[in-house]
Design a protein around this ligand. Structure first.
Ligand SMILES: Cc1cc2nc3c(=O)[nH]c(=O)nc-3n(C[C@H](O)[C@H](O)[C@H](O)COP(=O)(O)OP(=O)(O)OC[C@H]3O[C@@H](n4cnc5c(N)ncnc54)[C@H](O)[C@@H]3O)c2cc1C
Length: 90
């Protein structure tokens, strides 16, 4: 149980609140798609990088666009799909 307000403290002014809010704002970013797959993108659908033999990228960067689903799950799904293709081809 809390006996008093902890942040910004017992004496609260609008300036105190504004300062705390601005100091704690976070965009909570989930960056994706900086090396997107596709004909005009960076990697093929199997993660191989266009024009560079032996180099693959398998992470959130290869998503062709920002997904509306959770990006960690989407990243794992991409990794599992590509791993199946890599092992099937080996
Ligand atoms: C606060 C927060 C909460 C989130 N919550 C969720 C959630 O609830 N559900 C969800 O689905 N997604 C969530 N996400 C998003 C999810 O974590 C990411 O989308 C996902 O982890 C991206 O996977 P990735 O493999 O592309 O990158 P990362 O998971 O960031 O993996 C990159 C790895 O590369 C390593 N690395 C970096 N530079 C180097 C280097 N030079 N040499 C060697 N290794 C290096 C890093 O240490 C790291 O292990 C959250 C993200 C954040 C920040």
């Amino acid at each position: 149980m809390l006996a008093q307000e902890m942040t910004p403290g017992a004496s609260v002014s609008d300036a105190d609140l504004e300062s705390v809010i601005l100091g704690n704002l976070d965009a909570y970013t989930h960056p994706t798609s900086t090396a997107p797959m596709g004909d005009d993108g960076v990697v093929y659908s199997n993660g191989r990088v266009h024009g560079i033999a032996g180099l693959m990228v398998v992470d959130a960067s290869i998503m062709p666009g920002i997904p509306s689903a959770p990006t960690n799950l989407t990243t794992m799904m991409i990794a599992e799909h590509i791993a199946v293709r890599v092992f099937a081809a080996a």
